[in-house]
Design a binder for this molecule. Structure first.
Ligand SMILES: [Zn+2]
Ligand SMILES: [Zn+2]
Length: 247
């Protein structure tokens, strides 16, 4: 199994790209506004079969308009999108509908498109929050991020083996999300380089207090531009765009 980052930046980074990832060149984890262009650079626009959305923030879902239009009009494909009913409702009605609903019908008449015309919508709650995508199985794990916002981390399994845990955006360390963190080979962890009191991302300082053995499995992601000025040597590494992680 291979995982590659399309970008590794925090939600407000203008240079690092949105923290979105690609598994086996066919499963896209989140689709922020920088994702379509970065998928194009990797020649992967037409290889995406499954899209998983962890939560509704622009750096995780605002690329879906362009990806939907590209698939409908240029690639003539309809990838699957995996998200809960409540998130699908909110994503279409409150985010995408305003720009994607109006299409041209017969004789230039107005026609209303639906979310389903762009993507095959799959609801993980119909399968115990589990998503089967080829040899890879993803399990959505509720995780805290912004108060009141539905958000998920992802257990990434292949052939029943626990390859990676992907926190996506979280305000607590992995040990507060799952009890079996140390049974994963790799943990991709959200990090914020500062603390401000009411943080929706977990700080580097908090992650530094985790057990050493666990830190050796953690690859930091979703960070700010100042990452190089911080000591991250206790961790397995800092995620870099384009590098392929394999198990
Ligand atoms: Zn984010
Ligand atoms: Zn977020």
């Amino acid at each position: 199994m291979e995982l590659q980052f399309l970008g590794t930046g925090s939600g407000i980074s203008l240079t690092l790209g949105n923290n979105n990832a690609l598994i086996n060149r066919s499963i896209l984890i989140d689709c922020g506004f920088t994702a379509p262009e970065r998928l194009s650079r990797l020649n992967c626009l037409a290889t995406i079969d499954d899209i998983v959305i962890t939560h509704l923030h622009g750096d995780h879902c605002h690329g879906l308009e362009l990806l939907g239009f590209l698939n409908m009009f240029a690639l003539k494909r309809r990838p699957r999108i995996h998200l809960t009913r409540s998130m699908a409702d909110s994503l279409w009605n409150e985010v995408l509908k305003g720009t994607m609903m109006n299409l041209t019908g017969e004789n230039n008449s107005p026609r209303n498109a639906s979310f389903e015309e762009y993507f095959e919508i799959c609801h993980p709650e119909d399968n115990g929050m589990s998503i089967d995508a080829g040899e890879v199985n993803l399990v959505l794990q509720p995780s805290p991020h912004v108060p009141g916002k539905e958000s998920y981390s992802i257990r990434i399994h292949e052939h029943g083996k626990k390859r990676a845990f992907y926190t996506s955006d979280v305000c607590v360390p992995v040990t507060s999300i799952i009890a079996d963190a140390d049974s994963y080979a790799t943990i991709f962890h959200d990090v914020q380089l500062f603390e401000s009191g009411n943080d929706v991302h977990v700080s580097l300082k908090t992650l530094a207090s985790l057990p050493d053995a666990l830190k050796k499995k953690i690859i930091l992601m979703h960070y700010g531009e100042a990452i190089a000025q911080h000591d991250t040597s206790d961790f397995a590494g800092v995620a870099t765009t384009g590098r392929v992680y394999s198990w």
